[in-house]
Design a protein around this ligand. Structure first.
Ligand SMILES: [Zn+2]
Length: 321
């Protein structure tokens, strides 16, 4: 391997697995590994497994530190990216002020940067996915909560220590309670959790709705797909749930567009399997509600395309900034 050809190492630390990859300058993954995260262990043990994974992949590809730009890592929780510190993370064993970047740097002898996993996924889409043709993007991840990342001029917009929290912007004052303690957050309406909550409530209020049959009589079977399926089959109750979900999602996205005015808005997360069932009404919503839309067309809303590796790819490119 010529030392002039710099490769990037990405790590995606999740609650279940530590994924590690070596990538070329285009974002292509040349080698990849995955080991269990063992999330409840002390952080040093997890960091030591990350170090072993990186070393094993480098050995497999016969690389030295000189061949690599460095290591980027995405991690859930509140990250102080500038100082490389995991400020707080309750997915793991109550991590507080963990000096992760320094620990990895000392062991690997390479530059290390860390960022929030949602940020890394947004950057990954800009490197190799649906935002490849754009230099600025806001990505919103619809999952258990609502996460997101902002990429500006090809770089992550990190904000100050702790980073941006797109999901915890209020779209309905005194609205539904949010996991963060406020009321009416974007997350409290646009997460998959919120969609499931509203679909269950609608099914209970309307025993005649096919939402009940699709759950086979047990509303614990409700998921983010069933309300879309029921609506498409003509169920008016389900259609109302979907309309309201799209409206609230549209409100939140309109705010993001009015604040950042990115070139593209990306959606990721399980709900996005709905594809055009989301993007068509959301683009219409933005065309109606984004500031000055009649004179200046708002950016398109698209579905993220990279999938599970977006976080790994984006992490590897944290070092490119
Ligand atoms: Zn909140």
């Amino acid at each position: 391997m010529e030392s002039s050809k710099k490769l990037r190492i990405g790590v995606d630390l999740g609650g279940t697995n530590i994924k590690t990859g070596i990538l070329d300058e285009t974002g292509a993954i040349l080698a990849k590994s995955s080991v269990p995260a063992g999330a409840q262990r002390p952080w040093q043990q997890i960091a030591d497994d990350i170090i072993s994974s990186v070393k094993a992949l480098m050995q497999q590809m016969q690389l030295t530190a000189d061949d690599c730009v460095g290591v980027g890592m995405g991690c859930p929780g509140t990250i102080d990216s500038q100082n490389g510190v995991v400020v707080y993370n309750n997915n793991f064993n109550n991590w507080q002020n963990v000096p992760m970047a320094q620990y990895l740097r000392d062991a690997l002898g390479m530059p290390v940067r860390i960022s929030n996993d949602a940020n890394c996924a947004a950057l990954g889409e800009c490197v190799a996915g649906a935002a490849k043709e754009y230099s600025s993007a806001v990505m919103i991840t619809l999952g258990t909560g609502v996460g997101g990342g902002v990429v500006w001029d090809g770089k992550l917009f990190e904000g100050g220590a702790g980073g941006v929290e797109l999901g915890h912007t209020v779209i309905e004052t005194n609205g539904k309670p949010c996991s963060c303690g406020r009321k009416g957050c974007f997350e409290a309406y646009a997460s998959a959790t919120a969609l499931i909550r509203d679909a269950v409530a609608a099914a209970k209020a309307h025993p005649e709705s096919s939402l009940n049959q699709l759950c086979e009589g047990n509303l614990e079977n409700m998921n983010g797909k069933i309300p879309f399926d029921a609506a498409q089959a003509g169920d008016a109750v389900a259609q109302e749930v979907i309309n309201e979900y799209i409206r609230m999602l549209g409100e939140g996205i309109t705010n993001m567009v009015n604040i950042f005015r990115p070139e593209v808005v990306l959606l990721s997360g399980g709900v996005c399997a709905q594809g055009e069932n989301l993007t068509i009404p959301l683009n219409a919503y933005l065309n109606e509600h984004a500031y000055g839309a009649q004179h200046n067309p708002p950016p398109p809303v698209k579905i993220a395309t990279v999938g599970n590796d977006a976080g790994l790819i984006g992490a590897a490119f944290l070092l490119n900034e």
